[in-house]
Design a protein around this ligand. Structure first.
Ligand SMILES: [Zn+2]
Length: 70
């Protein structure tokens, strides 16, 4: 396997991971290429930098729901 093959393999795996994430999260917000909470640029298919950002974002959504804002 030469370097080009290896690079192709890596890209394929990255795409598979991204698709898997999309499949796992068919409900909820779309991945926009950056953190939905703090706007840090992220890789394909990622929506938050970490669990803290996800939890904070979810908390904001819950507050919005409670206020009846859409
Ligand atoms: Zn973040």
């Amino acid at each position: 396997m030469d370097d080009a093959d290896r690079a192709e393999d890596l890209i394929e795996h990255a795409l598979e991971d991204a698709l898997e994430e999309v499949r796992r999260s068919q409900s909820g917000p779309l991945a926009m290429g950056c953190c939905l909470f703090c706007d840090t640029p992220l890789g394909i298919g990622l929506r938050w930098c970490n669990a803290d950002c996800r939890n904070a974002w979810q908390h904001e959504q819950d507050l919005r729901m409670m206020r009846g804002v859409k």
